[in-house]
Design a protein around this ligand. Structure first.
Ligand SMILES: Nc1ncnc2c1ncn2[C@@H]1O[C@H](COP(=O)(O)OP(=O)(O)OP(=O)(O)O)[C@@H](O)[C@H]1O
Length: 577
């Protein structure tokens, strides 16, 4: 009787009459008859591939089985005792992994809910796995939704799993041999299976992205770090090179995702990613979306490659966050290599160089390469003992303490810092300073607690990768079509850049704001700003303002102490008696 009704319903669907079934079910019935020539009255047994074929399918899906295993195990634990069976099939519909209750193994085998069964639509008719492969969407195929007579007691809920390039690669199916009549009884199963599929995609993306940035996103701060909703894998320029399926929702409908730069769709660029790392409070890691909404972001930095232990092993090129700081300048290359080795130690580092040359940026990169949990920055100008303590109390455990412009530290703060470092051996100080270490006026007890070794950064005018840096900063600010004319480039390369990278950033910002067209030409560039206070005329005023304290005057002018002494001698200035 039931069979006759089922056949009649299929006939009505073929005639185009509405029957109240989900549209994907009616469409699948139509394919079963019109495309695969199936007969709903035939009670075909389950299609099981041969032992050798199963081996081949499992071998092909090996990496997916491994990525999905722990997800499947935890899902199976969640439904334990409720007679559910879990199948992982490959993109052809062949079951390559299976979790079911041993008590019902014979029944499950008989129904095809077992390893090696082929649930592709053209063989099994309308079924959960088959419909999921065709629609690439999660589906529930409940009881008489099935086309074939043999399966109308089953309820199957299936979710697709995509690889990081957006290709359907597997299906996760949760099935019941017998289920309540209402299809809505499977809503919870649908939730479980789609969440499990999302986690498998996430695990797979993370496993293949060790050398790239990953940005994970969630609408809830509580789940951001533990169970994010979507993730994108990014290359060094911020272009998407992989994604989990749910990340599609973040991009404009239908537009390709691979190759898009994230700053075209979100309010963050690749350079903002360090601010979205785990050492920052979750609530502060907000990413604005193109549609006006916002999500919480968690950026995971590329791992730097570990050097082989053998001294004979060829040197691997520098990788990870440090590699992005220079583009072929030999001096910077050596400096970054040293920084990378030191990043794995607890040695306190003093990073010196002119203002704006990237000392803080380097300190941050060293911290990230070393993968220490906590990160605190304090500005030494105006730093009080209380301020220092309060900043460091924010973290417990291994922490990097970035001391910006350590030459500006007061004596009181210097003493406090020395005792703090004695109390907290888990704090690693990284200090930046615009003076030569020899001119640094710090109590020697503190100096040696801060300076295990010096990393001296070159000024921008001495860097051979200036052209690379100009392009890098330009690309971050403007679309690919905007470029520099050769004469504009030559002009920028010939400047002296007293403000270093900070000045370069400002020049590019001003240029882009004021110029129209897609080519930046010489007249579009702002003239270099020579600071009036840097001339010899103002030296006396500066010295007077600093009570003739050479170190202070040097700080004010952004030069080192010996330069001040030289200028004083040259200009014949005499301190007041
Ligand atoms: N390698 C780099 N690539 C692109 N931008 C950089 C790089 N290094 C630094 N910058 C940018 O240049 C500016 C100055 O960098 P940073 O604050 O690290 O300099 P600093 O030497 O610590 O300056 P100061 O001594 O004045 O505190 C920042 O806006 C930073 O983002």
């Amino acid at each position: 009787m039931q069979t006759r009704q089922h056949v009649e319903e299929i006939e009505r669907v073929l005639d185009g009459a509405p029957t109240g079934r989900d549209t994907f079910v009616s469409a699948s019935w139509r394919r079963c008859v019109e495309l695969y020539g199936m007969d709903p009255l035939r009670s075909d047994p389950a299609h099981i591939v041969t032992e050798t074929e199963l081996k081949a399918h499992r071998k092909q899906a090996e990496w997916m089985i491994a990525a999905a295993r722990s997800g499947l195990q935890s899902l199976f634990r969640q439904v334990a005792g409720q007679n559910y069976v879990l199948l992982l099939t490959d993109a052809q519909g062949v079951c390559v992994d299976f979790f079911g209750d041993d008590l019902f193994l014979d029944d499950l085998r008989g129904a095809g809910l077992y390893l090696g069964s082929n649930w592709s639509e053209e063989l099994a008719g309308t079924c959960g796995v088959g419909a999921c492969i065709v629609t690439e969407e999660p589906v529930t195929v409940h009881q008489s939704d099935h086309f074939g007579n043999a399966h109308t007691t089953l309820s199957c809920t299936a979710a697709p799993i995509f690889d990081s390039l957006g290709k359907l690669t597997a299906v996760l199916d949760i099935s019941l041999l017998r289920s309540p009549a209402a299809k809505s009884s499977q809503n919870l199963a649908m939730n479980l299976v789609t969440n499990a599929a999302r986690r498998v995609e996430m695990a797979n993306l993370m496993a293949e992205s060790r050398r790239d940035w990953v940005l994970r996103l969630s609408s809830s701060p509580e789940f951001l770090d533990v169970d994010p909703e979507a993730a994108v894998r990014l290359d060094g320029s911020g272009k998407v090179i992989g994604y989990t399926r749910d990340a599609r929702k973040l991009f404009p409908d239908g537009a390709p995702i691979l190759g898009r730069r994230i700053d075209e769709v979100m309010g963050v660029s690749v350079d903002d990613l360090p601010d979205l790392m785990r050492n920052r409070p979750t609530e502060e890691r907000i990413v604005e979306m193109g549609d006006g909404g916002a999500l919480f972001g968690h950026a995971i930095a590329p791992e730097s490659p570990r050097r082989a232990l053998s001294p004979m092993a060829p040197q691997k090129p520098l990788g990870g966050v440090l590699a992005g700081l220079a583009g072929g300048d030999p001096g910077m290359g050596r400096l970054l290599e040293k920084a990378e080795k030191l990043s794995r130690t607890q040695v306190p580092l003093l990073i010196t160089g002119e203002t704006g040359c990237g000392k803080c940026r380097l300190a941050r990169a060293i911290h990230m390469a070393g993968q220490t949990a906590g990160f605190v920055t304090v500005n030494c100008a105006g730093l009080t003992s209380d301020g220092l303590r309060a900043a460091c109390d924010k973290t417990t455990g291994a922490t990097t303490l970035l001391l910006r412009r350590v030459e500006n530290m007061t004596e009181e703060a210097a003493h406090s810092l020395a005792s703090l470092l004695d109390e907290r051996s888990d704090i690693r100080p990284l200090s930046t300073c615009c003076l030569d270490p020899a001119d640094l006026d710090l109590p020697s007890s503190l100096f040696h607690r801060l300076c295990g070794t010096v990393l001296a950064m070159p000024p921008l005018r001495q860097r051979q990768d200036l052209s690379w840096l100009i392009d890098r900063l330009l690309r971050r600010r403007a679309p690919d079509e905007i470029r520099l004319s050769p004469s504009a480039r030559v002009n920028l390369l010939g400047r002296s850049w007293p403000g270093n990278l900070r000045e370069l950033e400002h020049v590019l910002d001003v240029t882009l704001a004021l110029s129209d067209g897609s080519v930046i030409d010489l007249p579009d560039l702002p003239a270099p700003i020579e600071s009036a206070t840097r001339g010899e005329e103002s030296l006396e005023e500066t010295l007077e303002a600093c009570d003739w304290n050479m170190s202070q005057a040097a700080r004010r002018l952004g030069v080192n102490r010996s330069t001040i002494l030289r200028r004083i001698r040259k200009s014949g200035l005499k301190p007041p008696s």
